[in-house]
Design a protein around this ligand. Structure first.
Ligand code: NI
Length: 166
């Protein structure tokens, strides 16, 4: 049998990009647990300016279908949960979040210094991993760090979007 090569190439050119695979769209979108920290662990994040910048960034992302769940802002690092759309690129989104918070810290400082340690840590919650249980551990960060007596006393925490997951 003769392979109709010309027709095959023509078909390829009609579809320069692979169509979205149905299987990828049907599986549950991953829920990420994200952590990133400051350059040389400088304590510059636990303040109302960074708290506000984080929430404004996360709220504007919510309009694009990116759900930031519970979060806690520590003096030198941030923990949060996030779930995006199928085309969500976590690294790009965190990069822009870092830039936004940098602006807030620079305004507060009145000078422009290096704010972030490079990169971030992320962990996709397994289906058997409980979001609420993980949050119960994460929200105790300020208590373990000796900043407050009880987790609810720490002012720089919250929940931008309620993520419907156990
Ligand atoms: Ni921590």
């Amino acid at each position: 049998m003769i392979i109709p090569l010309v027709g095959y190439i023509a078909a390829m050119m009609d579809y320069p990009k692979a169509p979205p695979r149905l299987s990828r769209l049907l599986i549950d979108r991953p829920l990420f647990f994200v952590t990133f920290g400051t350059h040389q662990r400088r304590a510059c994040l636990a303040n109302p300016d960074v708290f506000g910048a984080f929430q404004i960034y996360a709220q504007s992302a919510a309009h694009k279908g990116i759900a930031t769940g519970r979060f806690v802002i520590m003096p030198d690092h941030i923990h949060f949960f996030v779930r995006g759309q199928p085309d969500f690129v976590l690294g790009n989104w965190i990069g822009r979040m870092k830039q936004t918070i940098t602006q807030a810290v620079w305004r507060r400082d009145g000078c422009q210094s290096t704010i972030w340690q490079r990169g971030f840590f992320d962990h996709v919650l397994r289906s058997d991993e409980s979001y609420s249980a993980k949050w119960q551990y994460v929200r105790c960060n300020p208590v373990r760090a000796g900043l407050v007596q009880a987790p609810e006393e720490w002012p720089y925490q919250g929940e931008v979007t309620i993520i419907d997951r156990a």
